[in-house]
Design a protein around this ligand. Sequence first.
Ligand code: TRP
Length: 425
Amino acid sequence: MAATGSAVGLGNIWKFPYIAGENGGGAFVLVYLVCILMIGIPIMIAEVLLGRRAQRNPINTMRHLAAQADASSYWQLIGWMGVLAGLFIMMFYSVVAGWALDYVVASAQGTFSGGDKNSVGAYFTELTQSTNLQIAWHSTFTILTVAVVAAGVTKGLGNAVRFMMPVLFVLLLVLLGYSYQQGNFMAGFNFLFSFDFSKLSGQSVLTAMGHAFFTLSLGMGAIMAYGSYMPKDASIAKTVCTVAFLDTLIALVAGMAIFPLVFANGIEPSAGPGLMFVSLPIAFGNMSGGDIFGTLFFVLVGVAAWSSAISLIEPGVAWLTETFNINRLAATGSMGLVAWLGGLGCIYSSDFFNFLDKLTANFMLPIGGLLIAIFTAWVMKRSHLNKELGDISGLSFNLWYASTRVFAPLGVLTIFVYEVYSLFA
Ligand code: TRP
């Protein structure tokens, strides 16, 4: 449940539709799905496995398992890079989550009722140009996240997520139904699912792979930290497949709720980060009960972001408390402060915002994932892996092993090479 809470977030509802829009739709979506299946799932299994085996925070997990395998202690760099990546992601994540919080209030006040592309678009532009408003919401979101992490991740949040995630899903289905009736459903469908490979550049392939890591919360230790809290008798493979399935389903439903409205309202699919913040309020603003549904929807987006943000700072907090003799509140407070300051940078400079987004999703997470796969499948003993994944059949194990050892690393490397190549081509 917690892993689903981490995976399902702004990545699914906000980021996936807008980057699919910027990268021309169908072919991009196909590459993304292939990456989830062939790279994301095997590496996610590996990441959970490492955490559960070592029962420590990501930095100490890597140090411990490397020592156990007589390998270089440099492997702990995976953990270090992960803590850094988590902070970097939190810096822009919290700003976007702040937008969602603003939309809670705006929807409740009926700001969007009867809205169209121009009025809602103007509202979004005004919000993203107001530093004060953004700082207020970004700070609110940071405080909310710090509060939960300081109190301990397991209980309170676990329960909240168990209840909120299904509600979020139902609301997405309501939006999907609205979109089907009022939007240009076929245009949306064709955009997302007809594969026009001529639109696919090296950059889009890299973005699709990066997003597969981002949406599954992979490559920076978040899933490793959660793996360390996982009971020894729980099935890693089943859990991972469920999380990946739900995560993908929610992204696709969000996409199918958004694009028919985008086309019906003459919005550019490549409109960028504002795509969800413009198309969905128009839908709510023009349906009956829309103010209430809209308010609830943005509350849930906020909650989804919240349960993801927690996993962004948890590895660093766990490391601080387990390494130095400081309490959880101080550890969480320091992580929160650093992320908050970086968030100010993202509010003042959209270049900084984009830089952090690209740096983490396109480079830090895939590199982290690549190293995790190599460590798991080349450095660790096969018998140890077998023990952690004991519940799956020999065939499934071998399939996973081959993917983690060869295909997933090769996939990541090929995409990097293709990217470099297309830079010069
Ligand atoms: N997966 C989340 C989303 O899609 C974001 C996220 C949370 C994340 N924790 C992470 C991304 C760790 C990478 C690494 O919104």
